[in-house]
Design a protein around this ligand. Structure first.
Ligand code: SAM
Length: 475
């Protein structure tokens, strides 16, 4: 049985691996690594990924530990800025010798301009010609897949699905129903949550039963599940669940966790009962729920009107503990900013040596003045001269204090009074700038309202007798 790279990616990349290339924080690109032997796409390097940060032959990304930094090939494949195939000539062959290097050393993005990490198109145009950048190669996980997957529909994002999976109690060994499958973002997260790590089919229990009524999406998703070796853990069915319900060949999947990302979840709820809602005495009616466990459901709806309808259907059908949650996720960007200097180190940009020297000498100057000032203040309480640099010193002092306070908060490690923290680089931390944390100006992640509810298990006389035998009440 093949193990999915989403569940156990191994330590290093290999030929055929699904790798997620991280070009910048939010720019991720999935790629299947192709064998370096042979000449793919007409290039001597084999297959090459061309990005605004440079060209990355697959050969340089195979056999490296996940998480490695990959430097752009020094070779001009001639394909940057063009997607077309190109005929090779003698000079290409010469340049292709000893092409790209792989390094795990964490260097900063090499570029002639500071804007290389900037996603703006102007910056992109500027650097494309002479960039020699890097990317990181990441193993596939549901999180990076969500950020890089081919969108066929709106998808559920990580902040939502992590909370949903927790609330519906998806855990190793759980059986989960999902509809509709859409682009498979939630599917990938849920299958990891229920995977119980047993390598053989017989021992495995955790499973996702996924439903999708759009034919093309169903086929694409089926293909993807096979490519990701998840087809033994996800059973995908092409069906309209409003009419067809959730049974598999007439049998119950015995689910205990349910996630409905459908336009009208209330229309599917009557199938998720323990008894036929129209005739509770109907002995032939099969419930898709596990009779021995309570069922936990979440429905995902963008409009409050959908929530109202869902909640009222849930009440009618005996669901309890109904509540609604909206996830308002905000990203914070934390960086160290140099005092009065434009070093932009936090943006991963390597400035020229001249800039760094200048910066350091300026900072040394500030530090000297700062210390002189501190010494003077100790000797006398005299007012400082009001020249321009003194103002700067005061500001530095304040910033440093503020920076320290923030650092203490961030690292949960109080600095001893009056000490100068010195990181491995030998440069006192305050000289590296103060810590700046910025939240996104607006919250972009409202996707939907999440309605949660529980359908308790039924408790029969037989269950009571079993429980009493197991836990006898003694005297
Ligand atoms: N949760 C998915 C994800 O994270 O990628 C996205 C789901 S998408 C918003 C909703 C999906 O539900 C669509 O693909 C749609 O075709 C499917 N759908 C809508 N009505 C359905 C029904 N009655 N039965 C099954 N699937 C349905």
């Amino acid at each position: 049985l093949k193990i999915s790279p989403f569940l156990e990616p191994g330590k290093a990349t290999k030929v055929g691996s699904l790798a997620i290339l991280q070009l910048s924080r939010d720019n991720l690109q999935p790629v299947y690594l192709q064998a370096p032997a042979g000449k793919h796409d007409g290039y001597a390097e084999g297959a090459v990924v061309n990005t605004r940060y440079g060209s990355f032959p697959h050969s340089t990304m195979i056999g490296v530990p996940w998480g490695s930094q990959i430097r752009a090939s020094k070779v001009d494949t001639g394909s940057r800025g063009r997607n077309n195939k190109r005929k090779r000539n003698k000079s290409d062959d010469d340049r292709n010798e000893g092409s790209a290097t792989v390094t795990e050393e964490k260097t900063e993005q090499e570029s002639t301009t500071a804007e290389v990490n900037d996603d703006s198109s102007a910056a992109t145009k500027k650097v494309v010609a002479d960039v020699s950048g890097f990317i990181h190669i990441l193993p596939p996980t549901p999180e990076v897949w969500t950020s890089s997957l081919p969108h066929r529909t709106q998808v559920v994002y990580t902040p939502d699905y992590s909370y949903v999976l927790h609330r519906i109690r998806a855990r190793p060994g759980s059986v989960l129903i999902e509809a509709g499958a859409g682009s498979g973002s939630f599917t990938h997260a849920s299958v990891r949550a229920v995977y119980n790590g047993y390598p053989t089919e017989g021992e495995r229990k955790g499973k996702v039963y996924s439903f999708e009524f759009h034919e093309q999406r169903f086929h694409k998703m089926n293909k993807e599940l096979k490519e990701h070796n998840l087809d033994s853990l996800v059973h995908l069915t092409h069906r309209d669940v409003y009419n067809g319900g959730f049974l598999i060949n007439g049998k119950s999947p015995e689910a205990e966790a349910i996630f409905l990302d459908l336009p009208a979840p209330w229309e599917a709820l009557h199938h998720l009962s323990r008894r036929n809602p129209k005739n509770p005495e109907d002995k032939d009616w099969v419930s898709p729920l596990n009779p021995k466990k309570s069922a936990h459901i979440c429905t995902f709806s963008p409009c409050i009107e959908q929530v109202t309808k869902t909640v009222s259907a849930m009440r009618r059908l005996g669901w309890v503990d109904i509540d609604m949650v909206e996830i308002a996720n905000r990203k914070y960007h934390t960086s160290r900013e140099r005092v009065g200097l434009n070093l932009s180190m936090d943006r991963g940009v390597n400035n020229s040596a001249r800039d760094v020297d200048e910066a350091l000498s300026r900072l040394t100057d500030i530090e000297t003045r700062f210390r002189e000032h501190a010494a003077k203040s100790k000797e006398s309480d005299d007012e400082m001269d009001g020249d321009e640099d003194d103002g700067l010193i005061k500001r530095c002092e304040k910033k440093e204090q503020k920076g320290r306070k923030k650092k203490v908060k961030t690292d949960h490690k109080p600095a001893s009074a009056g000490s100068v923290e010195t990181p491995a680089s030998g440069v006192p931390l305050w000289m590296e700038g103060r810590l700046i944390t910025r939240g996104e100006p607006e919250i972009k992640t409202h996707t939907s309202y999440l309605v949660f509810a529980t359908l308790p298990r039924e408790w029969t006389d037989e269950d009571e007798a079993t429980a009493a035998a197991r836990h006898p009440v003694t005297g």
